[in-house]
Ligand binder design. Structure first.
Ligand code: SF4
Length: 468
C-alpha cells in the first residue's frame, strides 16, 4: 500500500496500539531544555525512576539565557537556578548537555539540525511547541508538555492520537523579496490558526523542493501556529547534502546506507491524503502580521481589513486585534512606525536568515528611534556569521550583536519590550504580551523585512531595497 511519510514513520515506531485508540510511539530523539525539564526530572526522582535512554536524550539551554552578558552566575537568580538544575539533572542522568561553555549551545530547534542529531525517519519530541521545526528533515516531531517530558524520560515513549495528513503544495518560483516566512504566513492566513487541528502538514511542491534546509525549517517551525500537530517535508538530496559531515550524522558507508533509508521514508508518489491544498508561490508577496495571532496578516502593500466587510464571527476577533494594536480597519500596514527590530528565534535566526538581513542593511543605518538587535540561533550560527563578517555589517549599521538564545521571542530573559513598544520581529508568535510587555505589540515578518523596517524606522516593502 502506498503510504505517506507520516504513516511510514508512525508504523516504524509503534510499540503497540492502546485500548483508548492512541498509539504508544517510541521516541528516537528527546530534546530537553531548562524550562520544561526541571519538574519532569523531579517527578522522575519522586518515583525512583531513571532516564530510560540517556543516549537518546540531548539537552541545551536557550529560553532563559541572557544574550548580552552570558557570564555565570547570571544576574537573574531564577535563570541561574534553572540552568543549575539542568546541569545537575543532566549530570546525574548521564544526559549530554550543550551549555554555554561547549560552543554548540543554542536554541534547541537550531542545534538539533545543526549537529546532525535531527535525521529523516525519526520520531522526535521536545517540551517546546516549535519542535515541528525538525519535520523539515522528514522527521515526525512533536512538541510536548511537562508530564509528557517525564513520560519520555522514563519510557522513551509517548501515547499519541493518530493524525490525518494534509498535503500543502506550493508551486511556482517565489518572487524576489519573498521568503519561507512569507510562505508559511500565507498558509496560516489561508487555512487559519485552527485549520490544522488533527493534522500533520506535508509541505510539497516546486517552491518547497527548491528551498534550502534553513527555509524548510522556517516553514515547519510555524506548522503549530496553523494548528497542525506536526509538519514535514519529504527527505531528498537537499536533506542528504545538509546532513553529510554533521557531527552526529552517520559517516562513511553508514552514511550512504542511512541516506538510502532516509529517502525511502518519503511519501510514496501515489499515497493518498486526507486533504490536499495548492498554493501559487509566485503570487505570494512580502507579508506582515497586523494582529494578535499569526493568521492576522496582510501583504505589505495591502490595507488592514475593514471590519464592516466581515461576518459577525470574525468581526469581533478583528476588532479586538485592531484595538490592541492601535490600528484602524482600512489602514495601510506600510508606514507603521516601529520601535524595536528583532532578528532572532528558532524560526529565523539561522545563517541564511542573517545573510538575507545583512544584504538589506549593508551600508545603511538603523533609524535613530529604533532599537535593533540580531540574536543568532546558536553559537555555531554566531561563529559562522562572524567568519563571514556579518557581525560587522550589523554593528556598523547600528544593530546590537548578541549571544545565542531565544531572546525577545518570548522574553523569559532580559530582552523584552517596554510599554506599548511595537516590534518588527522575525519570530513566530504575536500574541498579546509575548515579547515581555503586557501591552507590547509584535509584527511578524521575514528577517529581510525586519532589517528593512529597522533602517526605514517603519514597515516598508523590502522589495524597494537593494538586496544584493
Ligand atoms: S525561539 Fe521562541 S519559539 Fe523558539 S524555542 Fe525559543 S521561545 Fe520557543
Amino acid at each position: 500500500m502506498p503510504a505517506t511519510l507520516l504513516q511510514k514513520v508512525w508504523d516504524a515506531h509503534t510499540v503497540r496500539r492502546l485500548p483508548n485508540g492512541q498509539t504508544q510511539l517510541f521516541v528516537g530523539l528527546h530534546l530537553v531544555h531548562e524550562v520544561t525539564s526541571p519538574q519532569a526530572f523531579d517527578m522522575l526522582r519522586a518515583r525512583g525512576w531513571r532516564v530510560r535512554f540517556p543516549e537518546r536524550t540531548v539537552a541545551t539551554v536557550d529560553h532563559i539565557v541572557p544574550t548580552r552578558d552570558q557570564r555565570r552566575p547570571f544576574q537573574d537568580v531564577m535563570a541561574e537556578d534553572m540552568l543549575s538544575a539542568l546541569e545537575r539533572n543532566c549530570k546525574a542522568a548521564g544526559v549530554r548537555l550543550f551549555d554555554l561553555s561547549t560552543g554548540s549551545q543554542g536554541i534547541v530547534h537550531v542545534i538539533g539540525p545543526e549537529l546532525g542529531l535531527t535525521q529523516p525517519g525519526m520520531t522526535i519530541a521536545c517540551g517546546d511547541s516549535h519542535t515541528s521545526t525538525h519535520g523539515a528533515f522528514g522527521a515526525v516531531a512533536f512538541g510536548i508538555g511537562t508530564s509528557q517530558v517525564r513520560d519520555v524520560l522514563a519510557s522513551q515513549c509517548l501515547a499519541l492520537e493518530p493524525l490525518k495528513v494534509r498535503r500543502i503544495r506550493v508551486d511556482g518560483a517565489l518572487p524576489r523579496g519573498v521568503f519561507a516566512k512569507d510562505v508559511i504566513l500565507e498558509i496560516i492566513r489561508r487555512l487559519g490558526v485552527q485549520g490544522g487541528v488533527g493534522y500533520a502538514y506535508e509541505y510539497a511542491g516546486e517552491a518547497v523542493s527548491r528551498m534550502s534546509m534553513d527555509e524548510r525549517m522556517t516553514i515547519c517551525n510555524m506548522s503549530i501556529e496553523g494548528g497542525a500537530r506536526a509538519g514535514y517535508v519529504n527527505p531528498d538530496d537537499t536533506t542528504v547534502d545538509y546532513l553529510r559531515g554533521r557531527r552526529f550524522a552517520p559517516a562513511g558507508d553508514a552514511f550512504d546506507r542511512a541516506a538510502a533509508w532516509w529517502k525511502s521514508m518519503a511519501s510514496d508518489r501515489n499515497a493518498s491524503y486526507d486533504d490536499d491544498v495548492k498554493i501559487d508561490g509566485a503570487g505570494i508577496r512580502p507579508t506582515v502580521t497586523w494582529g494578535i495571532n499569526p493568521g492576522q496578516s496582510v501583504y505589505v502593500d495591502e490595507r488592514l481589513p475593514a471590519t464592516g466587510d466581515l461576518d459577525p464571527g470574525s468581526r469581533a476577533a478583528t476588532e479586538e486585534a485592531l484595538q490592541f494594536m492601535g490600528f484602524r480597519g482600512g489602514d495601510r500596514i506600510a508606514g507603521t512606525r516601529v520601535d524595536v527590530a528583532f532578528i532572532g528565534s528558532c524560526t529565523n535566526a539561522r545563517l541564511s536568515d542573517l545573510r538575507e538581513a545583512a544584504k538589506v542593511v549593508r551600508g545603511q543605518h538603523v533609524a535613530p528611534h529604533v532599537k535593533a538587535l540580531v540574536v543568532p540561533g546558536s553559537q555555531g550560527v554566531r561563529m559562522a556569521a562572524e567568519r563571514e563578517g556579518l557581525d560587522r555589517v550589523f554593528v556598523e549599521a547600528g544593530f546590537e550583536w548578541r549571544g545565542a538564545g531565544c531572546s525577545m521571542c518570548l522574553a523569559m530573559n532580559p530582552d523584552r519590550l517596554e510599554g506599548r513598544q511595537l516590534c518588527a520581529s522575525s519570530s513566530n508568535r504575536n500574541f498579546k504580551g509575548r515579547q515581555g510587555s503586557p501591552t507590547g505589540r509584535t509584527l511578524l515578518m521575514s528577517p529581510a523585512m525586519v532589517a528593512a523596517a529597522a533602517v526605514a524606522g517603519e514597515v516598508v516593502d523590502v522589495r524597494s531595497f537593494n538586496q544584493n
